[in-house]
Design a protein around this ligand. Structure first.
Ligand code: ZN
Length: 158
């Protein structure tokens, strides 16, 4: 097993948001009738995530998150579920783009609608940790693509 990478330094407020989501991940209840099951793995840090998604009327109807790994990867997955639950797919794709852009640009002001996700911008200064933050998001992106292709299960490697 790879060892978790050292933690970047975050502002106190952001640290609290990240630790809160790490310790109390949201949308943890499994979704037995998921339309898509997307697993993601980040070999650099040993992070694993699993997203289960169900869809209705062009919206994310249900989402569940599970996984293990460093606090950034797990907090990012939990924050993701809050950000996409019940949202139309167009909006979800936009949030994916905004988020992945934010964690690569330490000096750019994040869009306000990212809300608490802004807490993860700190990883932008630690390029080796960006994959921890983007793992759940790229796994989601792959999951949405596979759904269009009619494939239920997908595995993403970061
Ligand atoms: Zn990690």
């Amino acid at each position: 097993m790879p060892q978790p990478l050292p933690e970047p330094e975050f502002d106190e407020l952001y640290r609290e948001i990240i630790l809160d989501h790490y310790r109390n991940p949201r949308h943890r209840d499994p979704l037995p009738n998921a339309d898509v099951v997307a697993e993601g793995y980040n070999p650099l840090c040993g992070d694993e995530v699993e997203l289960r998604l169900s869809f209705a009327n062009g919206n994310i109807d249900g989402v569940s998150f599970g996984g293990r790994g460093c606090s950034i990867s797990q907090a990012s997955g939990s924050l993701l579920t809050d950000a996409i639950a019940g949202k139309p797919l167009d909006e979800v794709r936009r949030v994916i783009d905004m988020f992945t852009d934010m964690v690569k640009n330490p000096d750019k002001e994040p869009p306000e609608e990212l809300g608490d996700l802004e807490a993860l911008q700190g990883v932008a200064k630690f390029p080796v940790r960006v994959k921890c933050a983007t793992l759940a998001w790229h796994t989601l992106e792959d999951g949405l693509k596979q759904r269009e292709a009619g494939i239920r299960e997908v595995r993403h490697e970061e």
